[in-house]
Design a protein around this ligand. Sequence first.
Ligand SMILES: Nc1nc2c(ncn2[C@@H]2O[C@H](COP(=O)(O)OP(=O)(O)OP(=O)(O)O)[C@@H](O)[C@H]2O)c(=O)[nH]1
Ligand SMILES: [Mg+2]
Length: 184
Amino acid sequence: MEPVFCFEVVLLGNSNVGKSSLLSCYVNGINPKQIQHTAGVEFLVKTIAEPCGNIRLKIWDTAGLERYKHIVQSLYTNHDGALLVYDIHDRKSYNDVLNWAKELNDWTQKPRKVIALVGNKADLSANRVVSTEEAEKYAERNGLIFWETSATTDLNVSKCFLEVAIAIRNAKTLLKHNRSSWYL
Ligand SMILES: Nc1nc2c(ncn2[C@@H]2O[C@H](COP(=O)(O)OP(=O)(O)OP(=O)(O)O)[C@@H](O)[C@H]2O)c(=O)[nH]1
Ligand SMILES: [Mg+2]
């Protein structure tokens, strides 16, 4: 499949929220039972067949563990979009990705990034501490894409990556044609 568009996105979020599981589910169609903590950064590539032109996504998976923070910090600016992943059962993981969102959503950055807020582990609804409404409202107010996902049951995983890819393509197309948009 020859790609017409090539974009880079990064998965950010605390350790254990399921970033690597989401990536594996999306790219390889599997959710490994035994998964190791990511050390530093890794990437996988997925090509999406789209009527307007195939999109090649290079997806960077980052380590959520504190000891790799300096490596992750050095990478996160070089991409077209970001998926900020939290675990719907872990309030700290949600608060921490909102800090990423504030940093990435900085109005001084031009062009702006496409950002998705992703509440993972939605297959386990018991003991949820972050409601759908709360995260959805935040996303709406701040111009973020929002999905709740499960890497275990493959809930909304492809939909989420696809929406990010299309939003990047649309933003870049607007830029190319010098049209004004909130990404400019
Ligand atoms: N129930 C459930 N468990 C999940 C889901 N996604 C991931 N997990 C589990 O959560 C644990 C952590 O998943 P990882 O994908 O390694 O998390 P990570 O965010 O990549 O963690 P770091 O690499 O340390 O940053 C593993 O035991 C996964 O099997 C999900 O959607 N539902
Ligand atoms: Mg990982």
